[in-house]
Design a protein around this ligand. Structure first.
Ligand code: UDX
Length: 457
């Protein structure tokens, strides 16, 4: 069984090397020669834990190779996976031109029976269209087109691939199903559930899964707003509802809004594609709007906590990536929050353990610092935007000594409020009442403190 993987982005590269690890001869193909050159030299185009070692191991064993030659590489493959980018166009619809371009190239290159498999996240109906394009380009091509979406999370992508919650196969024929079942047999042997269904169900399931998770996050973020006003603690509320197995405890962490390469794009893609089918996804529409608004509201809260006017003030921003353990800045809340703070006059000093390289190309006018202590230097307000372990473990007393002001705004609820108070900060977190550092005998301070959400709204 030979596998060709078109596209060496997140999904393509991780899936390709994992197929090699499972024992299949795999070639990863990309148009970008510099990426392919780098991969052959062991240089990873993305930051993913364990990836470099796995590539090196399989490259040395001759199970994985890299190429810019699509036609030559897919010719003798039994399965050709398409894992190219599907960026959003202005209406939120995914741009599928790279998928169809790959389909046309594949059509002229395949020999013998080949299963072409969409791994890219695509709207329902794309598999049928890819099949049409292939047969129109080359009526003699003996090809079936299947759908096999990936549910990888950045930072845990290899673990997610090797120990999946489920493998989803959308197949147009038993023959195509057989090829994919063989490819996933090693994971099945380890206990992974494999769902075989029609292509359209698999396509919808991927969008629906991401939209549902985005909905869960957005829901708890709105509950957090109520908790702030009512004096409740959103983490306790999340625990209490999450223990009901019908709800489930994951993805109930309140924060500054979801970001990343998937949720923002896939919710918008799902809503707009559903509309094309005459099915309004009103819930998902509301989620998209609420999440967008939330990022601006978080910026407003920082401005309010900083006294309403940030002119002449310095804000230290800790964490810029959309989540920890990645260098990915795509749709990160920081891309809205930092410019909003600057618009209100703040000078921003920022540090992120993984995102500094990408952030410096996406954020203007920011002082990028060497570490969290450096970022906190002379800051009036310290803000935590991303839940990196490095921040959770930081010495708050030391950060406080470096800062000029004593306001800590933690949009990820990393700290126990008492711990922050003991370090001398006034503490604003998410979905919990604000707590103010007590000076001397000022014991009424906490009670008098306005609720975080109430300020300025
Ligand atoms: C997501 C899906 O989890 C994955 O299955 C899919 O294949 C791709 O999209 P990823 O984008 O890597 O993966 O990130 P994820 O860990 O899911 O987090 C997405 C965003 O939601 C982040 O901004 C994160 O901070 C936020 N989030 C997540 C919360 O705010 N609260 C939570 O409880 C969980």
């Amino acid at each position: 069984m030979k596998i060709a993987m078109i596209g060496t982005g997140y999904v393509g590269l991780v899936s390709g090397v994992c197929f090699a690890e499972l024992g299949f001869e795999t070639v990863c193909i990309d148009k970008q020669a510099d990426k392919i050159d780098g991969l052959e030299r062991g240089v990873m185009p993305i930051y993913e834990h364990g990836l470099e070692e796995m590539v090196a191991r399989n490259f040395a064993a001759g199970r994985i190779s890299f190429s810019t030659d699509l036609a030559g590489s897919v010719a003798d493959a039994d399965a050709v996976f398409i894992a190219v980018g599907t960026p959003s166009d202005v209406d939120g619809r995914p741009d599928l031109s790279a998928v169809y371009a790959a389909a046309r190239e594949i059509a002229n290159a395949v020999t013998g029976y080949t299963v072409v498999v969409n791994k890219s996240t695509v709207p329902v109906g794309t598999g049928a269209e890819v099949a049409r394009v292939i047969h129109e380009t080359n009526p003699d091509a003996d090809v079936d087109v299947a759908s096999n979406p990936e549910f990888l999370r950045e930072g845990q992508a290899i673990g997610d691939f090797m120990n999946p919650d489920r493998v989803l196969l959308g197949v147009p024929s038993p023959r195509a199903g057989q090829v994919l079942q063989t490819i996933y047999q090693p994971l099945k042997d380890q206990g992974a559930p494999v769902i075989e269904t029609v292509r359209e169900s698999a396509e919808i399931a991927k969008y629906a899964a991401n939209s549902f998770l985005a909905t869960k996050i957005t829901f708890i973020n709105q509950v957090a707003d109520l908790c702030e006003r009512a004096g409740a603690d959103v983490d306790d509320v999340a625990q209490a509802i999450g223990l009901d197995p019908r709800i489930g405890s994951s993805f109930l962490k309140a924060g500054p809004g979801y970001g990343g390469s998937c949720f923002p794009k896939d919710t918008r893609g799902f809503a707009s594609v559903a509309r094309d089918y005459g099915s309004d996804q009103e819930v998902v529409d509301a989620v998209i709007e609420a999440n967008e608004n939330r990022k601006y509201r978080m910026a407003e809260r920082i401005v309010d906590a900083g006294g309403g006017d940030l002119r002449g003030k310095t804000v230290a921003v800790l964490g810029l990536t959309f989540k920890p353990d990645t260098d990915d800045m795509r749709a990160s809340p920081s891309l809205v929050i930092v410019p909003e703070l600057q618009r209100h006059g703040a000078k921003v000093r920022a540090y992120c353990p993984g995102g500094m390289g990408n952030a410096s190309e996406m954020l203007e006018g920011v002082d990028f610092c060497d570490g969290k202590e450096d970022a906190a230097h002379n800051a009036d307000v310290v803000v935590v935007l991303t839940d990196w372990a490095e921040f959770k473990q930081m010495d708050l007393v030391q950060i406080g000594q470096r800062a000029r002001g004593n306001t800590l705004i933690d949009l990820r609820n990393l700290f126990d409020p008492q711990q922050v108070l003991d370090a001398g900060f006034t503490y604003f977190s998410v979905g919990r009442p604000a707590s103010q550092a007590m000076q001397g005998s000022d014991l009424g301070a906490i009670e008098d403190m306005p609720r975080f959400a109430a300020a300025g709204e």
